[in-house]
Design a protein around this ligand. Structure first.
Ligand code: ATP
Length: 366
C-alpha cells in the first residue's frame, strides 16, 4: 500500500473536537491499532482515513500523493464494521461477491474470476460450507468471518476495521484474534484497527496509537506502551488491574534520590531526578510482599500497607491494600495464601519498575 502520512488532522462536530491535530505515520504492512476510551475519536479518525468523513483541517498522503479529498471508492481501502453490515437477503456467496459485482465506475471482473475469488476467500476463512446460507442462518463468529471475507475479496491496499470483534463472546474473540493476526502475516497488508480493548491491542498490534480526547497520548509497540508509558493516562489505561498511581515527594541527599511519603519509602537510582513532587506509578504485578529482613536489604521502594480484600482468580490473586495516605493499591501475584485480609504488610518494588510522572502535566519524567 505504501506509507500513509497523516498530518495535523482535525475534525470538529458543532464545537466538539473529535480528532485534534493528529500527526501519524502508518508504515506499509503494519498492524496499527487505534486504542482509547469511548469517545476519544478512534472511529472518527478511521472514517476520515476511509474517506467517509472529511477532516476540518490536515492532510493524508499515500507515498507522497495527497488523498485528503479523494472519494472513498477511489482509495482502494476495505472497511470492516462492528455491525458486519451484511446484506440479509443475499447468500454468503453473494455477500462475498458484492464488492466485485457492485463496482461503480470501475471495471467489473468476469463471472469466472468472481467465483474464483469467492472460493479462494471462503477457503482461507474456512466458510466454504456456508456459501449458500443467509446471514441469519449463521453464528456471530461466522458472520464476522463473512464480513472480513468481503473485505478480503477485493484485495485492497489496506484494511480498516472498526471494533470487528466486539459482538463476539469472550472465547470466540480470543480465537478470532489469533486468526486476524495470522491473516495479517499471510497477506502482508496494512491493517488499521480500532478498539477500546487493550488486550486486542496488545496481542495483535505491531504499533499502538493511544488516543484521549482526540489527541495522541503515545505511539509505540505493545512493549513500549506497557514498559514505558509516556503519560499518566497511558499508564492508567494499559494493564489490568491498572497501574497504581500515588502522590509522592522525592528528596535528594548526597546525589541520591529518595522517596518518602505516606508509608512509601526507598531509594530510586542515584541522581535520577531533582527533588520534587511526583506521581509515582508501579504495576500490581511488580509489587511483592517482603519480610523485615528482606526489607532491610532492599534497594528499591517499600510501601507499608494493610491488606483489604483479596480476589482469587484461580491461577493468581489480586489483593487490594490500603496505604497510609488512605489510597488503595492493587498487588498481583501467585496464590500463596500469604495475603490475609486485615494483615499489615510491606510491599517491595525494584527501582527499575517505578514510573514517575509530572503531577501537573501527567507527562513521564526522565
Ligand atoms: P466509541 O469507542 O464509543 O465508538 P470513539 O473513540 O470511536 O468512541 P468517536 O465516535 O470518534 O469516538 O467520537 C469522538 C467524539 O466525537 C465523541 O465526543 C462523539 O460524541 C463526537 N462525534 C462523533 N461523530 C459525531 C457526529 N456525527 N456529530 C456530532 N458529534 C460526533
Amino acid at each position: 500500500m505504501g506509507t500513509i502520512e497523516i498530518a495535523g488532522l482535525t475534525r470538529t462536530f458543532k464545537g466538539v473536537t473529535a480528532v485534534d491535530d493528529v500527526t501519524l505515520t502508518i508504515d506499509d504492512g503494519e498492524f496499527l491499532v487505534l486504542l482509547g476510551p469511548s469517545g476519544c475519536g478512534k472511529t472518527t479518525l478511521l472514517r476520515i482515513l476511509a474517506g467517509l468523513l472529511e477532516p476540518t483541517a490536515g492532510s493524508i498522503t499515500v507515498d507522497g500523493t495527497d488523498i485528503t479529498r479523494t472519494p472513498s471508492r477511489r482509495r482502494d481501502l476495505a472497511m470492516v464494521f462492528q455491525s458486519y453490515a451484511l446484506y440479509p437477503h443475499l447468500t454468503v456467496a453473494k455477500n462475498l461477491a458484492f464488492p466485485l459485482t457492485a463496482r461503480r465506475g470501475r471495471p467489473r471482473p468476469d463471472r469466472a474470476e468472481i467465483d474464483r475469488r469467492v472460493t479462494e476467500v471462503a477457503r482461507t476463512l474456512d466458510i466454504a460450507h456456508l456459501l449458500q446460507r443467509r446471514p441469519r442462518e449463521l453464528s456471530g463468529g461466522q458472520r464476522q468471518r463473512v464480513a472480513v471475507g468481503r473485505a478480503l475479496v477485493r484485495n485492497p491496499r489496506a484494511y480498516l476495521m472498526d471494533e470487528p470483534l466486539s459482538n463476539l463472546d469472550a472465547k470466540l474473540r480470543t480465537a478470532t484474534r489469533h486468526e486476524l493476526t495470522s491473516l495479517h502475516r499471510t497477506l502482508g497488508a496494512t491493517f488499521v484497527y480500532v478498539t477500546h480493548d487493550q488486550v486486542e491491542a496488545m496481542t495483535m498490534a505491531t504499533k499502538i496509537v493511544i488516543l484521549d480526547h482526540g489527541r495522541i497520548e503515545q505511539v509505540g509497540t505493545p512493549a513500549d506502551v506497557y514498559d514505558r508509558p509516556a503519560t499518566r493516562f497511558v499508564a492508567g489505561f494499559i494493564g489490568s488491574p491498572a497501574m497504581n498511581l500515588l502522590d509522592a515527594e522525592l528528596t535528594g541527599v548526597g546525589g541520591q534520590v529518595f522517596v518518602h511519603t505516606d508509608g512509601i519509602s526507598g531509594r530510586l537510582w542515584p541522581g535520577r531526578l531533582d527533588p520534587t513532587a511526583v506521581t509515582l506509578g508501579v504495576r500490581p504485578e511488580h509489587l511483592r510482599p517482603i519480610d523485615a529482613a528482606g526489607a532491610a536489604g532492599h534497594h528499591g521502594v517499600l510501601i507499608d500497607a494493610v491488606v483489604g480484600t483479596v480476589e482469587n482468580l484461580g491461577n493468581e490473586e489480586i489483593a487490594y491494600c490500603r496505604i497510609e495516605s488512605g489510597a488503595t493499591i492493587a498487588v498481583r501475584g501467585n496464590r500463596t495464601g500469604a495475603l490475609a485480609e486485615g494483615a499489615p504488610i510491606t510491599l517491595a518494588a525494584d527501582p527499575e519498575r517505578i514510573h514517575l510522572f509530572d503531577p501537573e502535566t501527567g507527562v513521564r519524567l526522565e
